[in-house]
Every structure is written in C-alpha cells, then in structure tokens.
Design a protein around this ligand. Sequence first.
Ligand code: COS
Length: 386
Amino acid sequence: MDFELSAEQRLVKETARAFTDNEIVDRARENDRNEHFDLELVAKLAEQGYLGAIVPRKYGGAELDYLTYGLIVEEIGRGDSAMRTVISVQTSLVCSAILRWGSEKQKQRYLPKLCSGEWLGCFGLTEPDTGSDAANQRTRARKTDAGWTINGSKMFISLGNHAKLALIFAQSDPDEGHRGLACFLVETDQPGFQPQEIHHKLGLRGSDTAAISLDDVEVPDDGLLGEVGDGFKVAMSALDSGRYSVAAGCVGICQGCVDASVRYSKERQQFGRPIASFQLVQAMIADMAVETEAARMLVWRAGFLKDAGKPNTTETSIAKLYATEAAVRCANTAIQVHGGSGYVDDHPVERYLRDVRVTTLYEGTSQIQQLIIGRALTGINALVPA
Ligand code: COS
C-alpha cells in the first residue's frame, strides 16, 4: 500500500491548487451573489484540460488516471462547487458515458468538442416524478422510420441551459422496465428541446440548473448511445464516475473548511488571545481535519480501484456517502469557528454550507448510497418487496 502521490500527481495537484487560488476563489463570491454562471471561467477550466481529464488524448482529453482526476476535482471543489459541478457533469456524467458506451463515430464527434469546452454537455436522467427510482422514466422514446421521437421532461439538470449535447434517458418499452430504457445523444438545437432556468436555490447559485421539456424531439438512429435496453446501465456506470467526482469535490470543501478555520482562529482575538489557543476551538479544527483525511482516503481508494479496473460501485458509494456528509458537518463546524463572521459571505464558509447541501441529494441521495452499500453487505435488495 502506497499513500504517496507520484511526482506527476503532486504537480497536477499543485497546479490545480494555484489555478483555483488565482482564478476561481475571488470570483466565486460574486458569481454566487449574482447567480452568475461564469462561462469565462468555464473556458479557463477547459484551457487547463480540466473538462476531459480522464479522456484519452486521441479524443482531445488529458488521459489522466482517476486518482489524478480526483486531485483536480478536490482542488476546484475547495474553490467553488459551482465550477466543480461543471467538471463533474462534463467529465464524469457525459464524457465517461460516451467513452464507455459510444461508437467510434460518436466518440470522434463529441469528445473533442466536450474536452475543449466548445460544447457543454448535460445528463438528463432526473424527471419531475423520477429521482431515486431512476428506472421509472416517464420520458418516452418512440421508434420512427427516421430514428426516434422523444417526449417528456427532465428536472434539475446541471448545465441544461447551456449544453449543446444532452444525454437523455427515455423509456422505449414500458413493459420491459429498466431493460426498456435507452440513452440518446440529443443535440440541443433540435426543435422541441426547451430548457428553462431554475433559480432561488439554497446553494450552487453560480451553477446553471434547468428544467427541460422535450416535445417531439427527433433523434437519428446513430444518436442512440449503446443499444436499446442499455440505458439504465449507461446511467449507473456514469453515476459510478459522477459520485466519485462529487466525493472528491467534497474533500475539497472539507479541506477549505479546515484552512479557513485555522486562518481565522489564529487572527481572531477574544479574551486577549487568538481563539486558536482555546481547546474547544482546537477540538473543532481537529474533528474537521480527521473527517477530511478519512474522506480523502476513501476517495483515493475508489480512484485506485477504478484505475485498476476493479469493481468499485460499493466503494464509490461509501466514498460519496462519507465525503458528502462529512463536508456538510465540516461546513457547519467551520461556521461555528468563525462565529457571527461565518454567517456572512466575507468568508467562504457560509457558501460552503449552502453549496455542499445538495451533494447529499444529487447523484444519489445519502439514503440511496446506504441502500447500495447495505445490499452489497447483506445480499438483500431493500428496494424489492420480500
Ligand atoms: N454499472 C453498470 N450497470 C449497473 C450498475 C453499475 N454501477 N449498477 C447496476 N447495473 C445494472 C445491473 O447489473 C442490472 O443489470 P441487468 O438488467 O442485466 O440485471 C441493472 O443495472 C439493474 O440493476 P439493479 O437491479 O441493481 O438496479 P436497481 O433498480 O435495484 O437500482 C438504485 C436501484 C437505487 C441503485 C438505482 O436506481 C439508483 O442508483 N438510483 C439513484 C439514481 C440517482 O442517483 N439519481 C440522481 C440522478 S443524477 S443527479
């Protein structure tokens, strides 16, 4: 077992750290205040090669391993979860699905555009009536002579207003249950594809979120990703990558909470001395540090398994469950260390708390992760009536 990063991994991490500090940190607060989806910053992420880190070079990616990708995501997540979400969606949910399930033609058509940031992609799984029960899609795909016609609606879709490519999951044969699901590569300039912005979110205000309606959207036969019936597996395998990425971003939030709390507690004076000198403040900082390290190790293990090509769904769920819940706790504790100052946005910690809250909901709630882990341990699927 080796806990040391390689020289290349350390360099990638340090570069991502410097990029985050120089380019992201200062803009995060204003983008959050103005609910501004910062496309200029997205272009800079692309320039850095952060939108296709795990994609092979021949398709325009950086061809990094998962562990190294996770290091980048951690650093960006420390700066701004809205920008981290762009990386997670584009790389893990969209690119990884095309890489694993796409034809050569589809890979060549879409991956270079996605890696370069010329196109954004989005992942259309969640619907107004379909969240955790992902197999139960109401969106329908009907076979036509020319290809497929899709009707339905999608909800809470990150990047959905700006995406030029949407992965749309739809039911092609309701009698087949999850085996009737198909995933389509929908170019969003198609007539009938209509996104609408969602505002007034608790956090991730600098991230783009859409409700999408699909009204007789035509997709050619070669817009099918994988085969008819593969849709559920496409979604689950993409989520194996997406959940890893969310977990890595949460390690960044945890680390950001530790850093901000150490800094503030050494500056802030009460009772004639820095509050860092009080044991109860140190206890809060120590607890955050332990959670950060534990979350990081779980993320590294999941990344290691992915790079080794070993099954990792359970380990990824463990990392996602722990890292997201730990980040919620750390953000809450960091505000406690900051006192009243932590309740306004002069410091990053109140945004950390608002931004992190969604991570225990999206890409599978904490309860869904618990059921995946519970099923792996007991062999019993709690979602199927006994
Ligand atoms: N990768 C590839 N295939 C997978 C897979 C994975 N990680 N997990 C499951 N599958 C396959 C199974 O092998 C099975 O294949 P067969 O049809 O050939 O038997 C099929 O998918 C169905 O698997 P399973 O029975 O485990 O599916 P369930 O309906 O029990 O899945 C959960 C239930 C809860 C795991 C699933 O619905 C889920 O993850 N829900 C949360 C969805 C979510 O995260 N939504 C957020 C959207 S993005 S913000």
